[in-house]
Design a protein around this ligand. Structure first.
Ligand code: MN3
Length: 194
């Protein structure tokens, strides 16, 4: 199966002024497309992996019998592919609040505000390129952490719920070095939470 760049459910300018249209277009049509293409190219050598979906491949990454260089390429480009899929999916110009998730967040982190503080801190202090995550761990418990590069929580046996891309390509055109401002703005277009 060829992995395909997902269509966004909103236009490139729909998240203005919080995320600008030019950043959205380059991020989706160049960066995400690039990960998708390179992921497909790496898989060409492995017909058995072409039967699996991208999430399965990342879940099984440690037991895959493929070249080390190809494994690294799958971590980077397969990770880039699925991480961005989730990133676009949880954003939107209008809130579609997941009340069950809100309740679970409040139970786990004390309040929505303390969750947001924790998540923003994780995203803000991530050194270099990476992602901040809310995941469900192997015991079903919600957790907040960050990963470097394009590493996916799927490879740790966790299920990603929402994520924030803190690579510079995600914000540099509008925010330059002001990553904290980008993070604060992002909450406005994260549709799952109020
Ligand atoms: Mn990105």
């Amino acid at each position: 199966m060829k992995h395909e760049l997902p269509q966004l459910q909103y236009s490139y300018d729909a998240l203005e002024p919080f995320i600008d249209a030019q950043t959205m277009e380059i991020h989706h049509s160049k960066h995400h497309q690039g990960y998708t293409d390179k992921f497909n190219t790496t898989l060409e050598k492995y017909p058995e992996l072409q039967e699996k979906n991208a999430e399965e491949i990342l879940q099984e990454i440690n037991s895959l019998e493929i070249d080390e260089a190809d494994k690294k390429a799958v971590v980077n480009n397969g990770g880039g592919y699925v991480n961005h899929n989730l990133f676009w999916a949880v954003l939107g110009p209008e809130k579609q609040v997941d009340e069950n998730l809100v309740k679970e967040i409040e139970e786990t982190f004390g309040s929505l505000e303390s969750f947001k503080e924790l998540f923003s801190k994780e995203a803000g202090t991530k050194f270099g390129s990476g992602w901040a995550w809310l995941v469900r761990d192997e015991n079903g418990k919600l957790k907040v952490y960050s990963t470097s590069n394009q590493d996916s929580p799927l490879s740790l046996g966790h299920t990603p719920i929402l994520t924030l891309d803190v690579w510079e390509h995600a914000y540099y055109l509008k925010y330059q070095n002001r990553r904290p401002e980008y993070i604060e703005s992002w909450w406005n277009v994260l549709k799952l939470l109020p």
